[in-house]
Design a protein around this ligand. Structure first.
Ligand SMILES: [Zn+2]
Length: 67
């Protein structure tokens, strides 16, 4: 049986900071590492730390966490 995908908890304050920095930073939902060169509306970019396609842009993360 396949395990459900686990995501790390990402603090909403951290995401708001990223949005305010407006620096094309994203966060990997699998390992929590920050990634560079990620547009705010990016989805499922490849994470250079863990290799998962779980990097999301700041605005996408905000929508997911706030929603
Ligand atoms: Zn990762």
């Amino acid at each position: 049986m396949k395990q459900p995908k686990k995501y790390v908890e990402i603090d909403i304050d951290r995401i708001i900071d990223l949005c305010e920095q407006d620096d094309n930073l994203g966060i990997c939902r699998s390992c929590g590492e920050e990634a560079y060169g990620v547009e705010p509306d990016a989805r499922r970019y490849k994470c250079e730390s863990c290799g998962a396609r779980s990097v999301y842009g700041a605005e996408e993360l905000l929508v997911m966490v706030a929603g």
